[in-house]
Write a protein that binds this ligand. Structure first.
Ligand SMILES: Nc1nc2c(ncn2[C@@H]2O[C@H](COP(=O)(O)OP(=O)(O)OP(=O)(O)O)[C@@H](O)[C@H]2O)c(=O)[nH]1
Ligand SMILES: [Mg+2]
Length: 201
């Protein structure tokens, strides 16, 4: 049985230079503004205000590091969850937006500690070109020791027929709601498995 035992904020960075030292395995949460990146980190860690979420897109503006302690029986595993600014919509000046995107891209491409990219997709809009582009971009840059996990967010907003459409295109789709916690455990296990191998309980 895998559980998150504890989680706490470590640091915010505006650029790769300001990040924490390389070392602890990282899970980077990537996706469009407002898709639910910060909310899913709170749901995984069971801490409501840990990552700041907002109904206004563009809330997360820095690279935020959280230390997460997993337990599996008597073993503990230390991981960093990284909440990132969204891509796409943000009510800031063009030059500021470009600077964020540059810093975000540098972190994604150069950070050695990243082991898992969690690509979050709004389940109400599962086939956006921008998400397709992000997936292709990640596929192209990942190293052999890195993995990509797609998670569809806000599943509480879906009708059963919408779920069927997603499942048809992505048979193994992880559909998650940070609001009612459905799918959270399964998604957390999938991340753990990507980091540390198959769970043996
Ligand atoms: N119904 C529903 N709303 C959600 C869910 N997850 C997040 N939200 C809402 O969606 C909005 C955006 O959530 P955030 O977690 O701040 O999204 P984000 O991807 O971190 O956004 P940025 O930091 O702006 O990139 C908030 O109003 C959340 O309450 C969910 O599973 N279901
Ligand atoms: Mg956020």
């Amino acid at each position: 049985m895998i559980k998150v035992k504890d989680a706490f904020f470590v640091k915010s960075a505006s650029s790769l230079e300001e990040t924490t030292p390389e070392g602890i395995s990282e899970v980077a949460f990537i996706g469009r503004s407002n898709v639910g990146k910060s909310s899913i980190i709170n749901a995984f860690t069971n801490k409501k205000g840990l990552a700041k979420s907002s109904s206004t897109p563009g809330k997360t503006r820095l690279i935020n590091f959280f230390n997460v302690l997993f337990t599996q029986e008597d073993k503990t595993f230390n991981v960093q969850f990284v909440d990132l600014p969204g891509f796409g919509y943000a009510r800031v000046s063009r030059s500021m937006k470009e600077e964020w995107q540059r810093n975000l891209t540098r972190y994604i491409e150069k950070r050695v500690s990243i082991r898992v990219f969690v690509h979050l997709i709004d389940s109400r809009h599962p086939f956006l070109e921008s998400d397709h582009d992000v997936h292709a971009y990640l596929e192209k840059l990942i190293r052999p020791d890195q993995k990509i996990l797609r998670i569809f967010t806000k599943s509480d907003k879906l009708k059963q027929s919408d779920v069927s459409v997603i499942k048809k295109h992505y048979p193994d789709a992880l559909l998650v709601s940070s609001s009612n916690k459905k799918g959270i455990d399964k998604a957390l296990h999938a991340i753990f498995e990507m980091l540390f191998g198959v769970e043996n309980d």
